[in-house]
Design a protein around this ligand. Structure first.
Ligand SMILES: Cc1cc2nc3c(=O)[nH]c(=O)nc-3n(C[C@H](O)[C@H](O)[C@H](O)COP(=O)(O)OP(=O)(O)OC[C@H]3O[C@@H](n4cnc5c(N)ncnc54)[C@H](O)[C@@H]3O)c2cc1C
Length: 291
């Protein structure tokens, strides 16, 4: 049963930040409520004040700029990202991911910002955002700050957001030429959170097939959406072959810290990481060659 709370529905960012500043830890922000309401119904979260930010239209947008890249307001829904014509020029992987996030109903109401702020290590968008070198903008009455997506989740369901702060924007820089990015997940139930997810982004040199830079990130493989830096080191600076991709998968599987739960054992997750990193490395490479 949901415990009683006082409800606010601010219409501007300033109003929301003022309320958050006033009630601090006693308040909880709700956007689409797809994750939060489950926790409230289970009694795991029982805020005294609920601040509903869904009506703040200034945080609901997607902008694309040739110099600054993509900017996604925190209240943009998964469905809007999935359908946006701005998900091209290297960003199309984000639309691909969204197509397989939850049901259409959840995608229609759940927000990308809410997903990230929930801090679930099994979420789909975070690994791809990490490989795309994305940052997050946060605001409080004291001002704004930005942080890399890879630093934002601190532990299971714990993020770097401070009391009084809201996530306002997801920023994805312009994707360099000859970059390919790919993400896939293995799930027991179709369009559900991944048992394991893997994203790989590869930047090739101009006119050669040497890997100038690479990023590998995993979901449901550690307490946070995790960057697999040792796996990246296997590929960086080299001409990528199937053998190297296999090695990168094996290294990622070793550096990951997966749990055993009702969906999969730790051992099974490590096997999945090997397979998915290799597979996405191959796909990212093919895309980079065409980009
Ligand atoms: C049945 C089901 C299936 C799902 N399947 C998938 C899946 O396949 N893949 C996947 O990746 N996800 C999946 N999800 C997760 C879903 O995508 C998230 O629940 C949703 O995106 C959360 O967004 P929201 O706007 O509803 O957040 P809310 O539930 O409103 O909020 C979540 C948390 O973030 C905080 N918060 C929200 N917005 C902000 C903000 N702007 N600033 C600061 N804090 C904020 C809230 O206080 C709360 O702690 C699934 C969820 C359900 C219910």
């Amino acid at each position: 049963m949901i415990r009683d709370f006082e409800y606010f529905a601010p219409k501007t960012l300033k109003e929301a930040l003022t309320l958050l500043d006033k009630y601090q830890d006693e308040a909880k922000v709700i956007a689409g409520g797809q994750s939060l309401l489950i926790l409230m119904r289970q009694g795991l979260v029982a805020p005294k004040y609920l601040i509903d930010i869904k009506g703040i239209s200034e945080l609901n947008y997607i902008k694309s700029d040739a110099k600054e890249g993509l900017k996604i307001g925190a209240l943009t829904t998964h469905r809007t990202v999935e359908k946006s014509p701005m998900m091209r020029n290297g960003f199309s992987v984000l639309a691909e991911i969204e197509r397989n996030v939850a049901s259409i109903q959840t995608r229609n109401w759940g927000t990308v910002g809410g997903e990230l702020c929930h801090g679930d290590p099994a979420e789909d968008p975070a690994p791809a955002l990490i490989t795309l070198n994305a940052t997050l903008k946060m605001a409080s009455l004291k001002g704004e700050r930005t942080m890399a997506v890879e630093d934002f989740t601190l532990d299971y369901f714990e993020t770097a957001l401070k009391p009084g702060e809201l996530l306002t924007e997801i920023q994805v820089p312009v994707v360099p030429p000859h970059t390919g990015t790919a993400y896939t997940k293995f799930t027991v139930i179709e369009n559900d959170l991944p048992t394991v997810g893997a994203a790989v982004s590869i930047i090739l040199g101009s006119g050669d097939d040497i890997c100038q830079d690479v990023r590998v990130a995993l979901s449901a493989s550690a307490p946070i959406p995790m960057r697999a830096k040792q796996a990246e080191a296997v590929l960086r600076g080299k001409k990528i072959t199937d053998a190297l991709l296999k090695e990168a998968g094996e290294v990622a599987s070793t550096e990951a810290e997966p749990l055993s739960d009702i969906y999969a054992s730790e051992e099974y997750r490590r096997e999945l990481i090997k397979v998915l990193v290799k597979r996405m490395g191959k796909e990212a490479l093919a895309r980079a060659k065409k980009a």
